[in-house]
Write a protein that binds this ligand. Structure first.
Ligand SMILES: [Zn+2]
Length: 202
């Protein structure tokens, strides 16, 4: 029930944004696509959040991830996500089905992509070297969609290249690690996790 109330509220707010935000100059087509996008997002809110997330970095298995959830970071910050280390340029794939809600740069995350998935959860992909060509806000993505490429932009500059992967639910940040699953095609070619050396992320 609460889910539908929430969806209705989101619907009302999105319509308000559409009415107020749409200048007369905006073409009808653009408005239509905005309405469609809003409807997609509303339908996501009515679904249960994903219980399993596909590994967002190509060629990496879950066993290779050193758990960095809530590790203290500069400025009394706790690390709200997982760092997944890989060579520069490694494919970053969406961990879920969803829609791109933001593509942009910030000082901590560098070049980032945010995707909204089922249950209104936000999946945050940061420190990207570059974005996938033609990726736009509003795009539908699946677990096969390339979002960008591993890098070390933002506060990871100068450090080892990695994807910072964050998951934000209704109650705030969630640890992505228990939800992550290896991609089927990687199961046969998984190399054993390197022991003794765990690069430090940001
Ligand atoms: Zn991180």
């Amino acid at each position: 029930m609460d889910r539908f109330v929430r969806a209705a509220l989101v619907c009302v707010s999105l319509i308000a944004i559409l009415i107020n935000g749409s200048a007369i100059s905006v073409g009808a087509e653009k408005v239509a696509s905005k309405v469609l996008f809003s409807l997609h997002v509303i339908s996501l809110y009515t679904k249960s959040p994903d219980q399993q997330l596909a590994m967002p970095v190509e060629g990496v298995s879950k066993s290779q991830i050193a758990d960095t959830w809530h590790v203290p970071r500069e400025g009394d910050r706790l690390h709200e996500g997982q760092d997944i280390f890989a060579r520069r340029g490694t494919l970053v794939l969406s961990a879920t089905d969803g829609y791109v809600v933001r593509i942009g740069e910030n000082s901590l995350g560098g070049q980032t992509v945010s995707v909204i998935g089922a249950g209104g959860r936000i999946y945050y992909y940061a420190h990207l070297d570059s974005y996938a060509a033609n990726l736009s806000t509003g795009d539908h993505v699946t677990t096969q969609t390339v979002l960008g490429y591993v890098g070390n932009t933002g506060n990871a500059a100068g450090g080892p290249t990695h994807l910072h992967f964050g998951v934000y639910g209704r109650g705030g940040a969630l640890n992505p690690l228990p939800l992550l699953t290896d991609r089927p095609e990687e199961k046969s070619s998984v190399k054993p996790a390197k022991k003794g050396r765990t690069p430090k992320g940001r």
